[in-house]
Design a protein around this ligand. Structure first.
Ligand SMILES: NC(=O)c1ccc[n+]([C@@H]2O[C@H](COP(=O)([O-])OP(=O)(O)OC[C@H]3O[C@@H](n4cnc5c(N)ncnc54)[C@H](OP(=O)(O)O)[C@@H]3O)[C@@H](O)[C@H]2O)c1
Length: 344
């Protein structure tokens, strides 16, 4: 069967990971990647054998001067594919929309874009079927992806009210120009944009989000209090349910995983296992000892690796748009098998 042809425009933190993930799928073909500058990430694309195209205001001469062969401009790449994953910086995706439409290519956008950039917002566990047949989808942001996955689990017990405080990483590890470097900065907009964003997946979810930004680059951590309508008997039932759900990891007491430094150490230790990318943790991460059920009140912490959690969601978004899998579960299983993602 012919594979679906995929382009990735924007080969940075998210784009390079999505490109690697697409290249591992048996039903998808990575036709090429595009960026504007011939930096170290462009060099990696060439080293990995990905045909490299020049996007936007980029100059092919500068790529040539850097010794990087290019296969053409973005328009040439769009002429060869069925779908483009736009992983350009915030708001550039919206500017690119006209290009994709003119080339008659479907598009997957990222969470830095406003929701109306696409026909629907997407999270695989949350609303896979809403993506079927769409010409454009927006994979929600890292934090929203983490909350939407958790919501997909918790809704089986009914959610009466959910308060989340997001402790947000200040910058990605490579972003040396962002801070704070010595402070805690509250997000004074309340609710933070994450709550309304989760409702692009679950429109009726009674969730309120607040956020603070802290000087770390490793991960975000969410502090959750959920009032359940029909709680399970014990916290152990919650743990067992999470452990049997794809894309969740629950660390047991005694494993020595106290916080995000050890979580990322586990990620580094698992690099290469079953296709896992170095230092990536694509699962929602919880601590068994940090899951408490007090009557109808559920408390839990979860950690979110901002650089990689949306990667499998992009793959599933493509499958949903083109109806490539018989079901949500089949798509998630195929993606997770190819990327070495844990189930439970
Ligand atoms: N990083 C995260 O934590 C995270 C998590 C979830 C979602 N997202 C979302 O994912 C999207 C991408 O974020 P990111 O963190 O991957 O950004 P990033 O690391 O800055 O990467 C963006 C990439 O796009 C390229 N680029 C810039 N302008 C371009 C243009 N006009 N056309 C094509 N490529 C262009 C950049 O390289 P050149 O400048 O060399 O072209 C770079 O390779 C955003 O919507 C963001 O909100 C980010």
């Amino acid at each position: 069967m012919a594979r679906l042809r995929v382009a990735v425009n924007g080969f940075g933190t998210i784009g390079k990971r999505v490109a690697d993930a697409v290249a591992r799928q048996s039903d998808l073909e990575l036709v090429g990647v595009a960026k504007t500058r011939p930096g170290y990430e462009a060099r990696r694309a060439v080293a990995r054998g990905y045909p490299l195209y020049v996007a936007g205001s980029g100059s092919p001469e500068k790529f040539a001067a850097a010794g990087l062969p290019v296969a053409g401009r973005l328009a040439d790449l769009l002429g060869k594919v069925d779908v483009v994953v736009d992983a350009t910086p915030e708001d550039v995706g919206r500017e690119n929309r006209a290009l994709y439409e003119a080339a008659n290519v479907r598009a997957v956008y990222q969470g830095g874009e406003e929701a109306d950039v696409a026909e629907a917002s997407f999270n695989a566990l949350g609303n896979y079927d809403a993506g079927r047949g769409k010409r454009s989808l927006r994979v929600v942001s890292c934090n929203t992806t983490g909350i939407a996955r958790a919501a997909a689990v918790l809704l089986r017990w009914g959610v009466e009210r959910w308060d989340v405080t997001l402790v947000r990483r200040a910058a990605d590890p490579a972003e040396t120009k962002r801070g704070p470097i010595n402070g805690i900065v509250p997000t004074l907009e309340m609710p933070s944009h994450h709550g309304p964003d989760v409702r692009t997946i679950f429109p009726d979810l009674p969730i309120a989000t607040t956020a603070v930004v802290v000087p770390t680059t490793l991960m975000h951590v969410h502090v959750n209090h959920v009032r359940l309508a029909r709680p399970p008997a014990t916290a152990a039932d919650v743990v067992a349910t999470l452990r049997s759900t794809p894309r969740f990891v629950v660390f047991a007491p005694g494993e020595g995983v106290e916080g995000t430094p050890q979580v990322m150490e586990v990620a580094r230790d698992r690099a290469g296992e079953g296709g896992r990318r170095s230092a990536d943790m694509m699962e929602n991460v919880l601590w068994e000892r940090g899951i408490r059920l007090d009557g109808r009140d559920l408390y839990f912490f979860q950690a979110i690796h901002q650089e990689s959690i949306v990667v499998p969601e992009n793959v599933d978004a493509i499958r949903a748009m083109f109806d490539l899998a018989p079901s949500k579960d089949a798509s998630i299983a195929a993606t997770d098998r190819s990327l070495g993602i844990a189930h439970g």
